[in-house]
Ligand binder design. Structure first.
Ligand code: COA
Length: 145
């Protein structure tokens, strides 16, 4: 596996990966990324991806905010799940972020696999935003120094 920053030429592969997730699980509130929203987020966020050979196995979108890097999207292609790709990619981000910055993210209360991932990587639950998602669910806020 290799980890690289992603740029405009990688956007079709990022879109295809998100479409594969939608095909697998439907457009769930816990991963609600219609293509127009994804395009807007990709236009304004940084992206880093993890590859198996030449194939994009997973990627993360994030942006620098005061005091932190805020992660907005975390996705592993269904066929590459549970092989440690996202764990490796987020560990890379933890090592790459500037000294003194935190990593922040939010996750749907029903997204237990993502919560397990973040907890394994040392993130702590720091807050809740009730009725944050379109289905009325709560967002759990996680951060890691
Ligand atoms: C959540 C997601 C990114 C995990 O990616 P992944 O590459 O399969 O994760 P990894 O293989 O690196 O797993 C690392 C750890 O995360 C946890 N984890 C990952 N998937 C899990 C699952 N389905 N159930 C329970 N724990 C899980 C485990 O602790 C795992 O370690 P282990 O395999 O040693 O038990 C992936 O399932 C995904 O893309 N889901 C759909 C999109 C999504 O919901 N994104 C998050 C919100 S933006």
């Amino acid at each position: 596996m290799k980890i690289e920053s992603l740029y405009t030429p990688h956007k079709p592969a990022m879109r295809a990966l998100v479409e594969a997730i939608h095909q697998e699980q439907g457009m769930l509130p816990q991963f609600y990324w219609p293509m127009d929203m994804l395009g807007a987020e990709m236009a304004s966020a940084e992206a880093v991806g993890i590859f198996e050979g030449e194939e994009l196995a997973g990627f993360v979108l994030y942006r620098e905010v005061p005091g932190a890097w805020e992660i907005s999207l975390v996705a592993t292609h269904p066929k590459f799940r549970r092989r440690g790709f996202m764990e490796a990619l987020i560990k890379h981000l933890i090592a790459a972020k500037g000294q003194g910055l935190e990593l922040w993210l939010e996750v749907h209360e029903a997204n237990h696999s993502a919560q397990k991932l973040y907890e394994k990587l040392g993130f702590s639950l720091t807050g809740r935003r009730p009725r944050y998602y379109k289905d009325g669910a709560t967002a759990l806020l996680y951060s890691r120094p």
